[in-house]
Design a protein around this ligand. Structure first.
Ligand code: MN
Length: 747
């Protein structure tokens, strides 16, 4: 870094600032100068002490960018203020809010856009064209963002010398791939050419140097040729009283390089090294006819190549370019390209649409009002895939209807999410931990709920808290599969953790009460609390849905009921224990067939079927057993353990669809050939009833059989019996108690 004399620097700065005001002057309204001064002062202050790689004070950069915006793009006050402040939010303590308060929301919006681009373009190692398009799309809202960014890039390219080789390569190739085509698309031809040439200078320094030198060497010869070429034209134009200017410029270095590469030819063989441009100062009403008159004059002297006539005056290019191009045969058999256009057309070609307002002809030309109109046209251009030029942004329109939203992180990274994605989806996309601890979100610096639906260009900041955990609700807030699966996993995890806590507590409690930690005892507790599974029990305990003191009471009750079960005492178990409220909380009624949370099974001793009178009996380790009221076993239970009886009844019809019950049928009849298959046919095929077993014995022409079949309810069984009675040879049919060999049926 070289030492810089602060006095010299100050003078230079003043000079540059004056240049800016000079460039703006025709476009400024009273009071606007003051605003620009304020922006400049703020930028100065914010960047004070900062220096660029080149060693110069940082403020030179935003000032240069503002100058490019004013002079080379033709932007007005708002854009100039933004250009001056474009690096302030990104690089200094000044916030977007500060800017909004001072300069209003429009300026703040544009600077926000510029900061976002800086985040994406500057911070990633290789920005992809695809991402870049997305960024532009999200920011196309105010095209000034893109124009200021182009000016920023142009100045950075002009001062790229100071950067290290790696950065030079990165920035230069980025410029070539992204920014130059963008400038072209917007009709900013001189900026596009300069960006390309500068890129080549750093990406292909040897070739660049070679072309530059050869252009220099051939300059004298070329100038001589041009002079000779335009001589007769100048004479004719003057005779006809044209106000005109003739420019002859060598083609851009990059375009010569492209041609050499494309056609695989050396520099010497690129024939159209230069183009001659004739600019006529004609009023809007004459410009078209004047251009064609010039064409006519040229072709009086030189033979045109009809295949290379381009009329972009009658039909301008999509980006607004207007000009008449022809290639004619000059002296020594050399082809020369001639561009014919009016002053207005030339301005537009050089500065893009920004030059349009100059030709609007109204009093307040150059103010932001006219600029708005121009910006609207650029936007149309960006969004219109049918415009020709290069196809760089041709899929803009497609993207407009895309089912994705593009979101920025606080650091400016770009994240793509499906449309309808919420702030919570975003959080999970960042990281699972960010998602699970997501407490809230700030979108564009404002607090929003987790369910906030993200919009293109939103900048989202997630607020987390270590204490935060996902809840079931969250599943309704998210659309991405990632967020959904993470929330579910977390909920499950959480449940497991809570259950483990409950289980740990229970193990301790069992130990203290000297109660065996085994499945039977756990099941007793499960039934006691009217739950289905041990996990439910643990979870309810862990989460506090079951009061822990209740567990102690339950264990006491088990102890007591075990004694009662052995018939030792007549003490009622629901008598207050230790002065506490009764603890037996048996359900009032079991609705059999309803999908209740009560755990019941059918006692195997009587196999109740729907319609039978039934009751429930609370067993100690096997839940509630349903018995028929007339079950001999049940009667014994009722008389001995009345307090463990629960009323039970059948639920309504729906049960028929789901469940069948085994029932026994006894048959007596006359043995005849095929009677058994006859019976089974009728039962299984005609009545569609499943048979569990069938036994038949026959003695001297008579037979006796028992069938166990599955029926829906009592009514069903009765119908079945009637049907069987009709079979030829059947004498009597009756129901019998299905008595399976029941072992270990506990009371
Ligand atoms: Mn910058």
């Amino acid at each position: 870094m070289q030492a810089i004399d602060p006095e010299v620097e100050k003078k230079l700065l003043v000079k540059e600032y004056r240049n800016l005001l000079k460039a703006l002057r025709p476009n400024l309204e009273p009071g606007e100068k003051k605003e620009i001064r304020e922006a400049f002062a703020l930028a100065m202050e914010a960047h004070s002490g900062m220096r660029r790689k080149s060693g110069e004070s940082y403020i030179f950069h935003p000032l240069a960018v503002a100058n490019i915006c004013a002079k080379e793009i033709g932007l007005g006050k708002t854009a100039i203020i933004c250009a001056l402040l474009h690096d302030v939010v990104e690089d200094t303590d000044v916030t977007l809010e500060d800017i909004e308060i001072k300069f209003g929301s429009k300026v703040a919006n544009i600077i926000d856009g510029l900061t976002k681009i800086a985040g994406v373009v500057g911070k990633t190692n290789s920005i992809q064209a695809e991402n870049f398009r997305k960024i532009l799309l999200t920011l196309a809202d105010d095209v000034r963002v893109i124009l200021i960014k182009l000016a920023d890039r142009l100045h950075n390219m002009r001062t790229l010398e100071a950067m290290g080789r790696n950065n030079q390569l990165k920035i230069a190739s980025e410029t070539l791939v992204l920014f130059a085509p963008l400038a072209h698309r917007l009709g900013l031809y001189s900026i596009k050419n300069e960006l390309e040439d500068l890129s080549l200078k750093y990406t292909e320094p040897i070739v660049y140097k070679e072309i530059t030198q050869k252009l220099q060497q051939s300059k004298i010869q070329r100038n001589k040729y041009i002079r000779k070429f335009i001589e007769p034209i100048q004479e004719s134009l003057s005779e006809l009283n044209f106000q005109y200017e003739i420019k002859s410029r060598p083609k851009s270095i990059y375009s010569i390089y492209s041609k050499m590469k494309k056609q695989d030819i050396p520099f010497e063989e690129v024939y159209d090294l230069f183009a001659i441009r004739i600019i006529v100062d004609s009023g809007p009403e004459n410009e078209k006819s004047d251009c064609w008159r010039v064409y006519s004059i040229i072709t009086d002297y030189y033979k045109p190549n009809p295949e290379r006539l381009r009329d972009w005056i009658s039909v301008p290019k999509g980006n607004g370019y207007e000009s008449l191009h022809t290639t004619v045969m000059g002296q020594q058999g050399k082809w020369v390209e001639v561009q014919i256009r009016s002053r207005r057309m030339d301005d537009i070609a050089e500065k893009g649409y920004a030059a349009h307002w100059k030709y609007k002809g109204d009093e307040i030309s150059g103010t932001d009002t006219n600029l708005e109109e121009w910006i609207k046209r650029i936007r149309e251009l960006l969004e219109n895939p049918e415009s020709n030029a290069i196809d760089f942004m041709d899929d803009f329109k497609l993207n407009l209807f895309s089912d994705e939203v593009f979101i920025f992180t606080p650091k400016g990274d770009l994240i793509t999410l499906p449309a309808m994605a919420t702030a919570l989806d975003f959080a999970f996309d960042i990281h699972t931990m960010v998602g699970t601890h997501c407490l809230g979100a700030k979108v564009n610096h404002r607090l929003v709920p987790l369910s906030y639906k993200l919009k293109n260009g939103d900048q989202v900041e997630i607020i987390t808290s270590k204490k935060q955990k996902p809840t079931e609700d969250w599943l309704n807030y998210v659309v991405t599969a990632k967020a959904k699966s993470r929330i579910k996993a977390s909920l499950k995890d959480e449940k497991r953790k809570i259950a483990q806590e409950g289980k740990d507590y229970l193990i301790k409690k069992f130990k203290n009460a000297d109660f065996g930690w085994n499945n039977a005892n756990i099941q007793r507790l499960v039934h006691y609390f009217k739950l289905r599974t041990s996990i439910e029990l643990y979870f309810n305990l862990g989460v506090g849905a079951i009061d822990r003191s209740e567990v102690g009471i339950a264990l006491k009750f088990f102890e007591l009921s075990d004694k009662l079960g052995r018939g030792q005492t007549s003490k009622k178990p629901d008598a207050p224990i230790n002065g506490k409220k009764p603890v037996l909380k048996a359900p009032d009624i079991v609705i059999v067939g309803d999908d209740t949370d009560l755990n019941y099974t059918f006692a195997k001793c009587c196999n109740a079927i729907p319609g039978d009178d039934i009751f429930g009996f609370v067993t100690i380790s096997d839940g509630i057993k349903i018995h028929r009221t007339n079950c001999p076993n049940g009667i014994r239970l009722m008389s001995n353990y009345g307090y463990r009886i629960i009323r039970a009844k059948w639920s309504t019809d729906q049960i028929k669809e789901i469940r069948t019950f085994p029932a026994g049928v006894k048959l007596v009849g006359i043995d005849s050939i095929g009677i058994v298959s006859n019976i089974t046919d009728i039962i299984s095929k005609e009545l569609q009833v499943n048979i569990q077993s069938i036994t038949v014995s026959s003695i001297a022409g008579a037979f006796e059989g028992s069938i166990i079949l599955y029926i829906y309810d009592l009514e069903h069984l009765e119908k079945l019996i009637e049907k069987i009675k009709e079979i030829k040879g059947i004498e009597s049919v009756s129901r019998f108690q299905v008595e399976e060999t029941v072992t270990g049926e506990e009371p």
